[in-house]
Design a protein around this ligand. Sequence first.
Ligand code: ACO
Length: 378
Amino acid sequence: TSTPTEPRPAAGEHRVARGLAGVVVDTTAVSHVDPASNSLLYRGYPVQELARDCAVEEVAWLLWHGELPDPAELEGLAHLERSERFLSPLVEATVDALPRSAHPMDVLRTAVSVIGSEDAGRDSSAEADLARSVRLFAQLPTVVARDRRRRLGLGPVPPRDDLDHAANLLWMTFGEAPDPVVHDAFQVSMVLYAEHSFNASTFTARVVTSTLSDLYSSVVAAIGALKGPLHGGANEAVMETLAEIGSAAGTEEWLERALGERRKIMGFGHRVYKHGDSRVPTMREALDRLVEHTGRQDLLERYEALERGMTARTGILPNLDYPAGPAYHLMGFETETFTPLFAVSRIMGWTAHVLEQRADNALIRPLSEYVGPGERHR
Ligand code: ACO
């Protein structure tokens, strides 16, 4: 079988680029991924600097508007975001009515559909879409936290308007004032996960927007794309792998068997970065701080053993999901909540791309090379 990176021989007039590997489908000013220099820039700013210096709200503004906010703009966004955090009674009732066995990404996808169905506005101006973007940025954490608590048989913890975006999510999740080490690590993860050019879920959002559909439909589709284990679902799979390995001593044997069975090792490899994911070192530093804070050296030993073994055997390097999975675990989140946490971060990038796509739209409609039977008749 051909891999996505090998162009299939064209049976007819077209060159086939499976998985769109290596295909440049449009321009973007939102972010720049340069695998050669191993850099990721949001609107020109290195993501490592943003993760070190900025609150999530500042990064959201940057992605939506193209510039970092001045103090008055930041204050305005913070005020608006805090006022939008509560869910409507219908969204609350819908989340509560879904089976507890539903994957949290299915709950999130359904909740965004309901939020969209309550927005009767037909205004598709940039201003109206920006207001919708802020609403989803504000409400996705409330959905994720509410859903997590109901699964655990706990009552919801309402949002607090005296807490910043990251702190409020942690408050609604755990019902306690967030520990500063956890808050900082969580904020770093949100900034690193916020945006990554034409990744599968963002591209999905742009495809839906390109038909002039609405912003909520684009985000519902993006959530569906993010759920898969080859994309956002990998952060959950990393934690499952580390649990399956059990101890650092068992890593080599486990890895030999897994690679022998041609299993994909989750949290390793990337379509664009072939020499290492630019976001990993910053997330790894946050993971180290969490390990020190919680005393969970055992987890770090397994993490390092798998990374060493994988790199030595295959040369394939970790992606952001590799340090993010165990970091979320040490913050106290259950594994099934990890991909929704990716979504509450990537909502910034998705919506920035929806705004960009709409501002200068071209319908996205590629061609395919037909390889089925020639014309025939019954
Ligand atoms: N484990 C084992 N082998 C791997 C892995 C992996 N994680 N990643 C790539 N390979 C191997 C493939 O088996 C293939 O080998 P082959 O040529 O012998 O068949 C070769 O490397 C090329 O891999 P492809 O899957 O063709 O490359 P692609 O660019 O499509 O892969 C992908 C990118 C899908 C991310 C892949 O590396 C993968 O499946 N990784 C695991 C899932 C994962 O971590 N996803 C998260 C992505 S990043 C994010 O969402 C933040």
